[in-house]
Design a protein around this ligand. Structure first.
Ligand code: SF4
Length: 772
């Protein structure tokens, strides 16, 4: 048997390319033993149950990427990098951050990222580092898309409800193409089931003829950016035809009178005209929705990165609430989690800070809203570059690539260069790492324990602590270790306290719990660095220290059982509180395919209990947003004459995933980087598929090849997400495929409320450069 064959083995893990995180069975091996050779769906995963899509097959391009880093790097004065030891890097990074803290205050250090897609464990540990430094402001990818939605959900429900598409009679997809972007377990299977079932229906609001739109019952192919008008028309149809659920409204909501008064007089035909939708089609789709026993709605980047983003989040919720689609099977329900990403993201800003501007939850320079503790990504460059005493002076960037991902890459590069100190923690030499003062190489998501804090399902919630399936790339460290080393170097975690708890841990978990409680009572400041304290102490007893980074889950499991005893009991975690918490933690450690940690049973009305609002009443009238709903502004839709086309900068397609796969050599024919254009526009510009074109916006320009397709709507062009990255190919040569979308976007074009970018509505023009 060859050496290569001997190294081959299947192991449990999951896909990290979208929020569904399907369970995978991965055959590892290859020359180094560290490759992901063959990838199948894991039938033992309680959430995905063997499901996966085509994208997972490309994960080895992430794992074995040529620009993975294997040593810490320090930038020299000429801009080039030199390798340094870990010891040197940790000392110098801690000193650099401390210097900024001592000169300007910890609140002048910005934290960006904290765990990537499918890898949230690093974020847990980074929290300790932030607290040790007094960091108050942070941001991450959620503030590029979801913050408006979070704010609306929090205000209306006191929680984040999610649809139940598996059981919904009518499913509505708003600026979302779930066939390609998924968003809930077993997506394609469920979409096929809906489209085959004559008793169910699918409504899609999308300017493009997406794969999902093709199998829908009602495709409302609206003019880009007009979702708020289309949704207003649908709400008005419900109200003017008296299709609302009156019993539900009177029992469970407040503010319907104001909603009714406005929508009862709305000119439905005029609003359909603005959206360029057929009134009859909108009416039929709305009646189907209003008369269904259950409806679930999913909004995504098509609207969240578009004009009126937060208003659309509000309007779609009004629509499903007035039709009574909440807290029932097949509708929106509120799940539970061990620790949610938004909880983990809150930081000090939303919690208990005392400074005047922090109490108001606004950013230090521009005074923008801080939602779930996150600054709007679009404003980070200005928060650094503005000549203001409270501007950010340093940044810690973990598993995030703002130079590529945030609007106006050129300005973001300038902002990075203006910082007094910056450090990037990442697996690869990204565009952002390439400007940082220090770069600390992290192990990949398949080389360490990892997990996801998206547990939005209902009534059962699953959790998977993924185990490492290949050896770490030599020279890298896991984020838990990196953050803990920095915390120790800063003096926020003392060897004595670790030693006391280590000794107790050796005597058993009961002894550890007693010592842990006593120590925290005596030294409450250790709460700030709790994950690292657990990692260094209890962690050393978990699988001989090999599973040390899972130690914080010991506290989280006990906390979950205390707060949600019935749900934990239903999931099999019975006995005393201590026994149930211990059982859950042991199950978590020993279930590489994941496990069900919470089961709400069959009573969907438990969703009411999960609303944090004491009165359990849904708030329909939000005074912060309703005036804008009543005054939708069509001037926002106007494009300058010289940029007559509307560009989607970062379309999710079948071929593309996200930027963690930097090496695009899986795309042998380079088809993925095409600019999509409708035949009507292509004819006018005499462009054919394959022609090289130049695309320009008010911010920048780029070149790629065109693909003429009726999938687009006339006047509407698109570029894919996840491309335009610099990477090295297998010969070590630098390659750049496609256009980086944010070389074309502007940070000024953003939602008035949440500051989320209008990446899906960028005025643009194109010119043909050559004939194919
Ligand atoms: S990209 Fe596909 S395989 Fe990966 S998590 Fe998403 S749906 Fe699953």
């Amino acid at each position: 048997m060859s050496q290569e064959k001997q190294n081959v083995e299947f192991k449990k893990s999951s896909c990290i390319l979208c929020s569904v995180n399907c369970g995978l069975d991965i055959q590892t091996g290859g020359e180094s033993g560290r490759e992901l050779l063959k990838i199948k769906g894991d039938r033992d995963n309680p959430s995905s149950q063997g499901y996966l899509c085509n994208k997972a097959a490309r994960l080895n391009y992430y794992q074995m990427g040529q620009d993975r880093m294997d040593t810490p790097m320090r930038r020299k004065s000429d801009g080039s990098y030199e390798a340094v030891s870990w010891e040197t890097a940790i000392k110098e990074v801690a000193a650099g951050l401390n210097k900024v803290k001592n000169s300007h205050g910890g609140d002048k250090i910005l934290f960006i990222g904290g765990g990537g897609q499918g890898n949230h464990l690093g974020g847990l540990y980074s929290d300790g580092l932030q607290k040790a430094l007094g960091v108050r402001y942070r941001t991450n990818a959620l503030a590029q898309e979801k913050t408006g939605e979070f704010w609306v959900s929090g205000k209306m429900f006191g929680g984040g409800p999610h649809g139940d598409f598996e059981h919904a009679e009518v499913s509505v997809f708003l600026g979302k193409n779930p066939w390609q972007t998924h968003g809930f377990p077993k997506t394609r299977t469920i979409l096929k089931d809906i489209s085959r079932d004559p008793k169910r229906a699918m409504i899609v609001l999308d300017p493009c003829v997406t794969d999902t739109a093709k199998i829908s019952d009602y495709h409302l192919q609206l003019q880009p950016g007009t979702d708020a008008w289309a949704l207003s028309a649908m709400i008005a149809i419900v109200i003017q035809e008296e299709l609302e659920d009156k019993t539900f409204l009177s029992n469970h909501t407040e503010g319907f009178d104001q909603i009714h008064a406005y929508f009862a007089q709305l000119d439905i035909a005029e609003y359909c005209k603005i959206s360029q939708l057929d009134l009859d089609l909108v009416t039929r789709a709305t009646r189907r929705l209003a008369q269904a026993k259950s409806v679930s709605i999913f909004e995504d980047l098509g609207t969240q990165q578009n004009i009126n983003s937060t208003l659309v989040s509000y309007l779609q919720r009004i629509l499903f609430v007035i039709t009574g689609n909440f807290a029932k099977k097949g509708t929106a329900n509120i799940g539970v989690s061990l620790l949610s990403v938004t909880d983990a993201s809150k930081g000090d800003v939303s919690a208990k800070s005392t400074k005047k501007n922090i109490n108001k939850k606004v950013s230090p320079v521009l005074g923008s809203k801080v939602i779930v503790g996150l600054l709007p990504c679009n404003e980070i460059a200005d928060e650094i570059l503005t000549d203001h005493p409270d501007r950010f002076r340093a940044a810690i960037i973990e598993s995030s690539n703002p130079v590529h991902s945030y609007a106006d890459s050129a300005r973001m590069r300038e902002a990075m260069q203006a910082l007094e100190f910056s450090v990037v923690i990442d697996v690869a030499m990204t565009e952002t790492a390439n400007i940082a003062d220090y770069v600390l190489p992290a192990a990949s998501a398949y080389e360490k324990h990892e997990c996801v804090f998206f547990q939005v399902d209902f009534p059962k919630n699953t959790f998977q602590l993924r185990h490492p399936i290949v050896d770490k790339l030599a020279g890298t460290k896991i984020e838990a270790e990196i953050h803990t080393l920095l915390i120790e170097e800063l003096g926020a975690l003392k060897p004595l306290h670790v030693a006391i708890l280590r000794t107790a841990a050796k005597l058993g978990r009961r002894s550890f719990a007693l010592a842990f409680t006593a120590l925290l009572k005596f030294k409450p400041e250790l709460m700030k660095v709790l994950p690292s304290l657990l990692y260094r102490s209890l962690g050393q007893t978990l699988n001989q220290g090999k599973s040390a980074s899972a130690a914080p889950f010991w506290a989280l499991c006990h906390q979950f059982v205390r707060k949600n005893r019935t749900y934990a009991n239903n999931a099999g975690f019975t006995g005393s509180l201590w026994q149930a918490g211990e059982k859950m933690f042991e199950t978590l450690l020993n279930s590489p395919s994941g496990f069900i940690f919470s089961d709400s049973g069959t009573d969907y009305s438990d969703t009411w209990k999960r609303m944090s609002r004491a009165d359990k009443q849904i708030q329909l009238h939000l005074p912060e947003l309703f005036p804008q709903v009543c005054n939708l502004d069509t001037s926002l839709l106007a494009c300058p004459k010289e940029f007559p086309l509307i560009l989607t900068a970062g379309q999710r397609r079948g071929e593309t995933t996200n930027t963690i796969i930097r090496d695009a050599s899986w795309d042998k024919k380079n088809k993925s980087s095409s600019l999509y254009i409708h035949p009507v526009d292509a004819d006018k510009l005499k462009i054919e598929s394959g022609d090289q074109v130049k695309i320009s916006t008010q911010t920048g320009s780029g070149q790629t090849h065109a693909f003429v397709t009726e999938q687009q709507r006339p006047g509407f062009i698109s570029l894919p997400n996840g491309l335009g990255l610099d990477y090295k190919n297998s010969q070590g040569k630098k390659v750049h495929i496609g256009i980086a979308p944010n070389e074309l976007t502007s940070s000024d074009r953003k939602d008035f409320f949440a500051g989320t970018p209008w990446h899906k509505y960028v005025p643009a023009k194109i010119e043909k450069l050559s004939i194919a």
